[in-house]
Design a protein around this ligand. Structure first.
Ligand code: NAP
Length: 254
């Protein structure tokens, strides 16, 4: 169990990809970490990795961020086991890509629910603890797709929505010592981009090579690149930075 002084971070969608790297990074930064994902058992590997690599406390939490009662249960479990959360990273996400004329209403709703409703429910639940401290850091994961991307009307709308949500929370919560910022990744090598390669009928290697040709730094991003930006926004030193969107894309974004 952590001492009462150990700050607590929650990372959603943390069983793999960017969320897993972020959970590892925040543990290395000194946080006890709630590794939240849809299926609790999927989060166990990262929890064990955190405990063995950093010696920090970590728990696996199974929750659907788009479901209000699931979120309430998760927040209570985290506060009871680790303590009041001071950092929340809204990272959980899904893709349901298609061109507009082929996109079903279900695919629209699912993406909006997980990214936008999920960030809303988690932030609303977490800020209750943060305002009492009064201190907090909320970091939302947007995307370069917020600027528009073919085949992603649902996802780009959600990721642009995340940016407006971020700026509004920054305005509302600043007086409680809570900063709210967004990280907007470009291409990052994860299961999500591997699934996109499969959907468009390319090998992942060919898909990455095609992307690299458009990325000024000449490589694709790794989950740790995004975790490093989250780590900055989560730090005490970033206390005068709020309502910002940082593109982490190996270049300006688009
Ligand atoms: P990923 O590998 O697909 O991981 C996403 C995680 O979120 C999965 O573990 C998934 O669980 C979980 N999740 C999905 N729906 C959830 C829900 N309702 N409640 C709780 N957890 C849920 O994706 P990633 O590439 O790491 O992406 C992480 C975030 O970065 C996403 O918001 C994504 O949109 C954003 N992003 C990624 C890229 C990129 O190039 N990879 C670029 C820009 C932005 P399951 O495995 O059970 O589905």
């Amino acid at each position: 169990m952590p001492t009462a002084q150990t700050p607590v971070a929650i990372v959603t969608g943390a069983a793999r990809g960017i969320g897993a790297a972020t959970a590892m990074r925040l543990a290395a930064d000194g946080y006890a970490v709630a590794v939240l994902d849809l299926d609790e058992s999927d989060a166990n590997d990262i929890v064990n990795n955190i405990i063995h690599t950093t010696g920090r406390a970590a728990i696996a939490v199974g929750a659907d961020v788009s479901d209000e009662s699931s979120v309430e249960k998760a927040i209570t479990q985290i506060a009871d086991s680790l303590g009041s959360p001071t950092v929340l990273v809204n990272n959980a996400g899904i893709l349901r890509d298609n061109l507009l004329f082929k996109m079903s209403a279900d695919d629209w709703d699912s993406v909006i629910r997980v990214h936008l409703r999920g960030a809303f429910l988690m932030s609303k639940a977490a800020q209750r603890f943060m305002i009492g401290q009064p201190y907090g850091r909320i970091i939302n994961v947007s995307s370069t797709s917020a600027l528009g991307n073919r085949g992603q009307a649902n996802y780009s709308a959600a990721k642009a929505g995340i940016q407006g949500f971020t700026k509004t929370l920054a305005i509302e919560l600043g007086k409680f010592g809570i900063t709210v910022n967004a990280v907007a990744p470009g291409f990052v090598e994860t299961d999500m981009t591997a699934a996109t390669a499969e959907r468009v009928g390319m090998t992942f290697e060919a898909f990455k090579a095609a992307s690299i040709a458009e990325i000024p730094v000449g490589r694709v991003g790794q989950p740790e690149d995004i975790a490093a930006a989250v780590s900055f926004f989560a730090s005490k030193d970033a206390g005068y930075v709020s309502g910002q969107v940082l593109y982490v894309a190996g270049g300006p974004g688009q």
